[in-house]
Design a protein around this ligand. Structure first.
Ligand code: ATP
Length: 931
C-alpha cells in the first residue's frame, strides 16, 4: 500500500510540476504577447507621429492617439528625444551663428532695425562691395525643439533678383518691398541706388512713402500701360554699360569696381507688381533678358506675383499670411515673420531727406579735387586706364582707355578748353596709376608752354612723375612728332616681341605671364596734332604711316594715343584714311567742336561753356555723355596734385626729358657729351642734337679713312660756330691731355671771339695753334707737308676753319716758285689727311664756296656736313645725288653723314654758352672727362 501511495504522490507531484511549467509557459507567452502588442502600438504611434510631424503631434496629440495611452506617450517621448538629438547642434549654435553672420553680411541699414538708421543719409561709396544680405524679418523653425528665432535676409545687389508671391494680400508684399528698398537707399550715398517701379494695377499709390524720391529722379514710376517703356529703359542701360564702362573687358560692374576702386553706374532696381497673369510674350522675353544680363550691369529685379525664370540667381519669398513668409534663403522649414514697417510718415520723411541730399549733391560744384582719388597710385592698368574727366549732375563721367577704346580724339575750337580738359584727364590718371603702371609722353604743338609745367622749372622744381618726355614749342619741329610716333612704333614692336616670347599677343596677357616685368601702359598726348600734317611733304607722309601703325596695333600693346585739335576737319591723314580714324573710338567734343562726333551728332553745338561730350562709341549719338569739366589749369589744381605726386618719388627718380623747340640744347649738360670718355679708339665729333625722343647727339666718327672731314655750310654765324665749337670740344674730351692737336683758323673778324672762346677751353688740355688770315697759307702748307711724314703713331690733328671761304682769295695765290697754292694744300689735307688722322672741320658760307675749295672733282672729301640756311636742292651733290627736301628754318640744320645716313636729318645746334661768362664752366666739363 505504502508503495502505491508513494507512486501516486510522485505522479501528482509530477503533474503539479507539469501544470506549473505549463502555467509558467503560458504566462510567459501571454506576457510576450502583451509586450509585442504594446510595442506594436508604440511603433504605430511612432509611424503616425513621423507622418504628422513631431511638432504637430506635440501640438495636437489627440489627432494621433490617446494622450493617456502609455504606448503613445512612449512613442512621443522617443520622437522628442530623437528630434532633440538631431537638432542638438543647431539648437546650441545655429541661431547664434546666423545672427553673427548676419551682422557681418548685412551691416548698417542692411541689417539693423530701422529706428537705428531711417532718416539718415547713407555715407557708403558705391565702389565698396555692397552688403551680401538685406534683412527682411525674423525666422523660426517651427519643428525645432527649441524655437530660437534668427534673422532672415535675402541677397540682392550684385547677387540676385527677388521674386515675391503673395497670398492675395498685396499690402504685405508692398510693405516688404518698401522696407527692403529703404534699406538699400539708406545704405549708400544718395544716387547710388535708382528705382524703377511699375504696377500693373495702379497708376499711383504703389509704394507711396517712396514718392518724394521721384522729384530727385531717384525713383521713376512707370505707367501701368507702359511696361515697355520701363523694360526699354533698363535694356538701354544694359546696352550702354556694356559699350562704355565694361568696354575694358570686365565682365561686371562689380569686377570693375573691385579692380578700379570706383563704380561709375548706380544700381538700378526694377520693381514690378503683377497680378499673377502672364505678361505678353515679348514683354516676358524682354524681362527675362534683363534678368539674365542685368546683374552684371548692377540691374536687379524685384517682381511681385509675376513669373520669372532664368539661369541667373533668383531668391523667392512666399507670403503665407499674417506677415509671415517662407523664403528660398531660409528654406521651407523656416517661417519668417516680416519686420514691422516704419510708419508712412517716417518713410516719407526719410525719402524726402534722401531726395534732397541727392539734389544737393548733384548741385554742388565739383572741382578738380573731385577728379582725384583719396589714395594715390592704388590702381592697376593691366586691363586698361580709367579716370573721371568731369561731372554730370554731380556724378563723375569716366573715360576708358583700353583694348576696346584704345585711342582718343579731342576736338574744340581755340579757347574751348581742350588743354584744360587734358590737364583734368591727366590729373585723374596720374593720381590713380603709379609711374610703373602709366607712362606719359606729352607733346604740345601749340605756341605757348602749358606742357612745360610737367617738367621742373625755376619756380616749381616738381615734375609729373609719369612724364617721360615733354615737348613744347614744337610747331616748327614737326620731326619731333615724327620722332615720338617712331618711338611708339618701336616700343610697340618691342612689346609684341616680348609677348610672342611668352606665347601671348596682348599686353594684358603679357603682364599675366610676366608678372615681374615692368609693362606700363603708355599714353601719348599730342595737343594741336594737326601741325604734324601741316604740309604735303615727307614729314606728313611718314607721320601718316606711323600714325596708322600705332593706331592700329597700339591697342593690344597698351599704347594709347590722345590727339587734340582745334579743327580735325582739315586733317587729310584722318579723313583720307578711315583705318586711322576708326581706331579713335573715344571722342571728346568741346563746345562747337566740328566733326569729332558723328555727322548726325550735333551735341557739341549745344554744349554750354566748360562742358564736353564724352563718347565711347566713335561719336554715335547714343554714346553721348555730357560732362561739366572742372577747371584744371587754375592755381592749386593740377600743379598742387603734381607736387603731391612728385613728393612720392624717391631721390633717384629722373625728371622727364624736355624738348623745348624755343631753346637750344646745352652741350655741357647733354648726356651724350657728358658720357664721352678718353677710352674710345675712334673719337666722334658731336655737331648738334638730333630731334628724337632721347635727345641723342648728332655725331660723326672721325675714322682713319678718306672723306672723314666735316663741312658746315651756310651763312648764319651763330649756328656755324656752334657746330665747330661743339665738334672741337667733344673731340678734346675724348683725348688724354695732349692727346690731340688743334689748329684753329679764325679767318673773319666776326668769328674771332667765337674761335678764341673755344681755343681757351681747348688749351686747358691740349696744344692749340690759333691762326688768322695772314698765317693761314703758311699753316696749311705746313699741315699739308706734315701729312707725308706722319705715321700711325702720331697724335690726331684737327684743323678747325672758321669761315674757310673768307681765305679763298688768299689761298688761291700760287707760290711763285712751286706754283702750288694754299687751296692746293687744303685740298691735299682734305683728301689725304684723314688717313693720317688729320681732319678738317670747316665752315663755308655757301654751297658754292665749298665747291670752290674742292675744285672740279667730286665732293667725296667732305664725308659729313651740316647745312643751315641752304635750300634742299642745292645740297643734292653733297647727298649722293638724292633729292633733298628741306626748307631752311631758324636755328635748325640739316645733317648728313655719308658713312651712316641714307637721307639727311634735322638737328639743333648746341648752346655752347656765351664766349666770356660761361668759359669757366665749360672748361670744367672738359677737364673732368679728360683726366
Ligand atoms: N572747365 C573750365 N573751367 C574754367 N575755366 C576753364 C575751363 N576750361 C578752360 N578754362 C579756361 O579757358 C581758357 C582756355 O582754355 P584752354 O587753354 O584749355 O583752351 P584750348 O581749347 O586749349 O584753347 P587754345 O587752343 O586756344 O589754347 C583758359 O584760360 C582756361 O583757364
Amino acid at each position: 500500500m505504502g508503495k502505491r501511495n508513494d507512486r501516486r504522490d510522485r505522479v501528482r507531484a509530477a503533474v503539479r510540476r507539469l501544470r506549473s511549467s505549463v502555467a509558467t509557459a503560458l504566462g510567459a507567452a501571454e506576457n510576450e504577447h502583451a509586450r509585442v502588442i504594446a510595442e506594436c502600438a508604440q511603433q504605430e504611434f511612432a509611424l503616425r507621429i513621423a507622418q504628422a510631424g513631431t511638432a504637430t503631434a506635440e501640438r495636437d496629440p489627440q489627432e494621433i492617439g490617446d494622450p493617456a495611452d502609455v504606448a503613445f506617450q512612449a512613442a512621443m517621448r522617443e520622437a522628442l528625444a530623437d528630434r532633440a538629438e538631431i537638432y542638438a547642434e543647431w539648437t546650441t549654435e545655429g541661431p547664434g551663428q546666423l545672427a553673427q553672420l548676419m551682422a557681418e553680411a548685412a551691416p548698417g541699414s542692411a541689417g539693423l532695425p530701422w529706428p537705428e538708421w531711417l532718416g539718415q543719409v547713407g555715407a557708403r561709396e558705391s565702389a565698396a562691395p555692397p552688403p551680401e544680405l538685406w534683412r527682411i524679418g525674423t525666422a523660426v523653425v517651427p519643428d525645432s525643439p527649441d524655437r530660437k528665432p534668427f534673422p532672415a535676409a535675402v541677397p540682392l545687389l550684385d547677387e540676385a533678383h527677388l521674386r515675391i508671391t503673395t497670398d492675395g494680400n498685396a499690402d504685405s508684399a508692398e510693405a516688404l518691398v518698401q522696407d527692403l528698398l529703404l534699406r538699400l537707399l539708406s545704405h549708400f550715398q544718395p544716387g547710388a541706388v535708382r528705382l524703377h517701379v511699375w504696377d500693373v494695377a495702379q497708376l499711383t499709390g504703389t509704394l507711396p512713402g517712396l514718392y518724394p524720391l521721384t522729384r530727385a529722379g531717384l525713383l521713376t514710376a512707370h505707367d501701368p500701360t507702359r511696361l515697355d517703356e520701363m523694360l526699354d529703359a533698363l535694356s538701354d542701360h544694359i546696352r550702354r554699360i556694356h559699350t562704355s564702362a565694361l568696354l575694358g573687358g570686365h565682365t561686371s560692374l562689380r569686377a570693375l569696381a573691385e579692380e578700379k576702386g570706383h563704380r561709375s553706374e548706380p544700381w538700378r532696381i526694377g520693381v514690378l507688381f503683377g497680378n499673377g497673369e502672364p505678361l505678353r510674350e515679348e514683354q516676358q522675353q524682354q524681362l527675362q533678358r534683363i534678368a539674365r544680363s542685368g546683374p552684371a550691369c548692377g540691374i536687379h529685379l524685384i517682381v511681385v506675383d509675376m513669373s520669372l525664370s532664368v539661369s541667373s540667381a533668383i531668391e523667392s519669398v512666399r507670403l503665407i499670411g499674417e506677415d509671415r513668409a517662407r523664403t528660398s534663403t531660409t528654406g521651407p522649414e523656416a517661417v519668417v515673420t516680416l519686420d514691422e514697417s516704419p510708419s508712412r510718415n517716417e518713410v516719407t520723411k526719410a525719402c524726402t531727406t534722401i531726395g534732397e541730399a541727392f539734389l544737393a549733391r548733384r548741385a554742388r560744384v565739383r572741382t578738380f579735387e573731385d577728379l582725384v582719388p583719396e589714395q594715390y597710385w592704388a590702381h592697376s592698368s593691366k586691363t586698361g586706364l580709367q579716370a573721371p574727366v568731369g561731372f554730370n549732375e554731380g556724378e563723375p563721367v569716366w573715360i576708358t582707355l583700353g583694348d576696346s577704346s584704345p585711342h582718343t580724339l579731342i576736338g574744340g575750337p581755340s579757347g574751348s578748353g581742350k588743354t584744360n580738359f587734358l590737364f583734368g584727364m591727366l590729373g585723374g590718371l596720374a593720381a590713380r596709376y603709379s609711374p610703373d603702371e602709366l607712362e606719359l609722353y606729352l607733346l604740345d604743338f601749340k605756341e605757348g608752354v602749358s606742357f612745360a609745367q610737367f617738367t621742373p622749372g625755376k619756380r616749381d622744381p616738381s615734375w609729373l612723375p609719369h612724364a617721360q618726355l615733354v615737348g613744347v614749342n614744337v610747331n616748327t619741329d614737326r620731326e619731333f612728332g615724327l620722332a615720338l610716333l617712331r618711338f611708339l612704333a618701336d616700343e610697340m614692336r618691342r612689346r609684341a616681341e616680348a609677348a610672342k616670347e611668352h606665347e601671348v599677343t596682348k599686353l594684358e596677357e603679357l603682364r599675366t605671364e610676366n608678372p615681374g616685368g615692368r609693362w606700363p601702359r603708355i599714353v601719348a598726348v599730342i595737343d594741336e596734332f594737326q601741325y604734324l600734317f601741316a604740309d604735303r611733304d615727307n614729314v606728313t607722309a611718314q607721320a601718316t604711316a606711323l600714325l596708322e601703325d600705332v593706331a592700329r596695333r597700339g591697342r593690344s600693346q597698351g599704347i594709347h594715343l590722345v590727339l587734340a585739335s582745334q579743327d580735325v576737319s582739315g586733317i587729310e591723314a584722318f579723313w583720307g584714311k578711315p583705318a586711322i580714324f576708326e581706331q579713335f573710338i573715344l571722342r571728346i567734343a568741346l563746345p562747337k567742336a566740328r566733326r569729332v562726333l558723328g555727322e548726325q551728332n550735333q551735341a557739341a553745338m549745344e554744349l554750354p561753356r566748360w562742358h564736353a561730350v564724352v563718347n565711347h562709341e566713335s561719336g554715335v549719338k547714343h554714346g553721348n555723355e555730357i560732362a561739366r569739366v572742372p577747371d584744371a589749369t587754375a592755381r592749386n589744381t593740377f600743379d598742387a596734385l603734381q607736387l603731391e605726386l612728385w613728393k612720392q618719388l624717391d631721390e633717384s627718380a629722373a625728371p622727364p626729358r624736355l624738348f623745348d623747340g624755343s631753346n637750344l640744347p646745352v652741350l655741357s649738360t647733354l648726356d651724350d657729351y657728358r658720357q664721352l670718355s678718353t677710352s674710345v679708339s675712334t673719337p666722334k665729333a658731336l655737331l648738334g642734337q638730333i630731334i628724337d625722343v632721347d635727345g641723342t647727339a648728332a655725331a660723326v666718327r672721325l675714322t682713319r679713312s678718306p672723306g672723314r672731314n666735316i663741312a658746315v655750310i651756310g651763312s648764319v654765324r651763330v649756328d656755324a660756330v656752334s657746330v665747330l665749337g661743339a665738334a672741337a670740344l667733344s673731340l678734346a674730351r675724348q683725348h688724354r691731355r695732349g692727346g690731340i692737336r688743334f689748329t684753329v683758323a679764325s679767318l673773319l673778324d666776326d668769328v674771332d671771339d667765337d674761335a678764341r672762346h673755344i681755343v681757351d677751353q681747348l688749351r686747358e688740355k691740349h696744344e692749340v695753334e690759333l691762326v688768322g688770315l695772314d698765317d693761314i697759307e703758311q699753316t696749311l702748307t705746313e699741315v699739308a707737308a706734315s701729312i707725308d711724314g706722319r705715321t700711325g703713331a702720331d697724335i690726331p690733328h684737327c684743323v678747325l676753319l672758321y669761315a674757310a671761304d673768307a681765305a679763298q682769295t688768299t689761298l688761291e695765290r700760287k707760290d711763285p716758285t712751286t706754283r702750288v697754292s694754299g687751296v692746293d694744300h687744303l685740298r691735299k689735307i682734305l683728301k689725304q689727311g684723314p688717313e693720317s688722322r688729320v681732319h678738317v672741320i670747316g665752315w663755308w658760307r655757301s654751297v658754292q664756296r665749298v665747291k670752290n675749295t674742292l675744285g672740279m672733282g667730286p665732293v667725296d672729301d667732305i664725308g659729313a656736313w651740316v647745312a643751315f640756311d641752304v635750300h634742299g636742292q642745292e645740297l643734292a651733290t653733297f647727298a649722293a645725288g638724292q633729292i633733298v627736301s628741306w626748307s631752311p628754318r631758324a636755328r635748325r640744320g640739316l645733317f648728313f653723314d655719308r658713312a651712316v645716313h641714307s637721307r639727311p636729318e634735322v638737328i639743333l645746334p648746341f648752346d655752347l654758352g656765351e664766349p666770356q661768362p660761361q668759359a669757366t664752366e665749360q672748361t670744367g666739363a672738359l677737364e673732368e672727362a679728360g683726366d
